[in-house]
Design a protein around this ligand. Structure first.
Ligand SMILES: [Zn+2]
Length: 249
């Protein structure tokens, strides 16, 4: 996962991968991004203490997929902010303008969505990508729901004894424990997702870096759980050994 694609602000919009065809890059269309300063901001420029970061500007941009047969259009909007750039080598500071995205729709995939992933799961993941720009806590909560749906997909029981004596409805933490007995090795990643989701739900905020960590953990876990990456690579290696290095299948 390239973290620089999911920064808080950009001097120029990045070439995200198209969420529709999942192969082409999104290119900013001519005459975009466009921005306007608010009238109250213009008025404040006359103030004697006014600094560039007092400026309030909103921007909008249309991006188009470079693949001619796809041509997906993505709309991006947010704030254009002044930001103090430090040049440590020259020991200077200068103001730069950055685009802080508050809305990207349809949202680019932060991690690839496998076609083997059940639609109930991919729906939550896609919502998570969209909410990432709008509300980090809501995105974290979607990841928590995603883990619930993933447990459903693997037919992890919803009732059992869990950590108690009596049979009861299992909470997500107990379902993850059950899952660990079925498919070991992913408990920590799933628990981390659950914690970030819980924190997002209760505190109403989630840290962008923690959220990106979650996506990264998920990418790794899904490659194993959904696409059996290691098993497929092992099978390919075996085939090459059998064919003495020739890639004829
Ligand atoms: Zn496309």
């Amino acid at each position: 996962m390239r973290r620089d694609l999911w920064d808080a602000g950009f001097t120029a919009l990045p070439k995200w991968t198209c969420p529709q065809c999942e192969s082409g890059s999104l290119l900013t269309m001519p005459d975009f991004p466009r921005w306007e300063e608010t009238e109250y901001s213009k008025e404040e420029q006359d103030h004697q203490d006014s600094e560039p970061d007092w400026t309030v500007e909103r921007f909008v941009a249309l991006m188009k997929c470079e693949v001619a047969t796809c041509g997906e259009i993505v709309v991006v909007g947010g704030d254009r902010q002044a930001w103090m750039q430090d040049d440590y080598e020259r020991n200077t500071q200068s103001w730069e303008s950055i685009l802080v995205c508050g809305y990207v729709r349809p949202a680019p995939n932060i991690i690839p969505i496998s076609h083997n992933l059940p639609s109930e799961c991919s729906k939550q993941l896609k919502k998570g990508f969209e909410l990432y720009w709008v509300d980090k806590a809501a995105a974290a909560n979607r990841l928590r729901i995603f883990v619930e749906r993933l447990m459903d997909h693997f037919k992890v029981p919803t009732k059992g004894k869990g950590k108690k004596v009596k049979v009861h409805t299992l909470d997500l933490s107990e379902r993850i424990d059950e899952f660990d007995t079925m498919k070991p090795g992913h408990k920590d990643a799933l628990d981390a997702l659950r914690h970030v989701g819980d924190y997002g739900s209760h505190q109403g905020e989630a840290d962008a870096q923690a959220l990106l960590d979650c996506f990264e953990l998920l990418e790794d876990a899904l490659a194993e759980l959904i696409d059996q990456k290691k098993a497929m690579l092992a099978a390919k290696a075996q085939k090459l050994i059998q064919n003495k290095g020739k890639d004829n299948w």
